[in-house]
Design a protein around this ligand. Structure first.
Ligand code: 13P
Ligand code: SF4
Length: 328
């Protein structure tokens, strides 16, 4: 019997065999992981079905830590490009594949290395702290890499007399400034997803759900952070809701996180924070480029692969390693 093709090869790329719709992708992914000694690392913003086939799901720090310690020959990174690039920097000798090479990040693309270098040159003696959501070239210019879960801890260790430049997320940088009473200079970048949450609609939700706690990612605008009951990384948000005695939560981050929150606390209610416009723009268009089929294809064909020049890899590794050491 003829089986229907799921997808056509993408124009301009190496042609791929169409995948038969009868194929059990979950079973095939499990088989390929064993055959190729591969692991699937996934971020909480991935589709539920991708999270369910992953060997490890985590926030950016945990994913970097998992990448640093894996013994697998192949890492399939179901997240966005900067995360997979970090995995490659930590594993130059392993194969790192991504389901979709086009899965980028608005923060990373809003901070080109040439502009960050010019900004840094204006402040001789300053220290550059970069959020992990940036390119390898920006990492190579940085003194420290941080994530949303360790930024305060790492910045607190830099002497107060030092001028600190923070790139590329001004909301996370502003949140850390307030928390630590610092005055880091902030690159004016934002995340297209976290910038969309509507204060007006969240206030409406709070009225309709009295007692619901507002949990927010620090990439949200200050106006949302100020009204939040908890601000933290994706793992921080999940852990807070799991341990909390409250039963309802408004969640101001990408709604992919709700899968893990509902799994951890099936009896609790999780309400995604809405964007101002009537759109699905609280979903990360980059994270959502990945599909289960693309995870399967990347494991089957071991492509697309993250590759980079040795010099860049070595330079970008230093501030990442510094972060991992300071996060222990
Ligand atoms: P976390 O490190 O908190 O998982 O955040 C990653 C990210 O891209 C948030 O938009
Ligand atoms: Fe980048 Fe925002 Fe998507 Fe996170 S949610 S990967 S910061 S665009």
């Amino acid at each position: 019997m003829m089986t229907k093709a799921r997808s056509l090869p993408i124009a301009g790329r190496a042609a791929r065999e169409p995948v038969a719709s009868a194929l059990d992708l979950e079973a095939e992914i499990t088989r390929l992981k064993t055959e190729k000694n591969a692991v699937v690392l996934a971020h909480f913003y991935q589709d539920d079905e991708i999270q369910d086939v992953a060997d490890f799901i985590g926030d950016s720090l945990q994913l970097a830590q998992a990448a640093a310690t894996t013994t697998a020959d192949v890492i399939c990174f179901a997240g966005v490009h900067f995360m997979a690039e970090t995995a490659k920097i930590l594993n130059p000798d392993r194969i790192v594949v991504v389901p979709d090479m086009e899965a980028g990040c608005s923060l990373a693309s809003g901070a080109p290395a040439s502009k960050i270098a010019a900004w840094k040159a204006r402040f001789p003696g300053a220290v550059l702290v970069s959020y992990i959501n940036c390119s390898a070239a920006v990492k190579a210019l940085s003194d420290y890499i941080v994530t949303s879960s360790n930024a305060a801890k790492i910045v607190a260790q830099i002497p107060e007399s030092t001028t600190v430049l923070f790139a590329p997320d001004k909301n996370l940088g502003g949140f850390i400034n307030k928390k630590l009473g610092r005055a880091m200079k902030l690159w004016p970048g934002t995340c297209i997803v976290h910038d969309t949450f509507s204060e007006r609609k969240i206030l409406g939700l709070k009225e309709r759900h009295p007692g619901a706690l507002l949990l927010a990612h620090p990439e949200c605008d200050d106006v949302i952070l100020r009204m939040s009951d908890y601000v933290g990384s994706t793992t921080g948000i999940i852990d807070f809701a799991t341990k909390s005695e409250s039963h309802a939560f408004i969640v101001a981050t990408e709604p992919g996180i709700l899968h893990a929150m509902r799994k951890a606390s099936p009896e609790k209610e999780f309400i995604p924070a809405p964007p101002e416009a009537n759109c699905a723009c609280n979903e990360c268009p980059h994270m959502k480029k990945n599909t289960l089929e693309k995870v399967y294809l990347s494991l089957r064909d071991l492509t697309p692969r993250i590759e980079m020049e040795d010099a860049l890899l070595r330079a970008a590794r230093l501030p990442i390693q510094r972060m991992l050491d300071l996060s222990r």
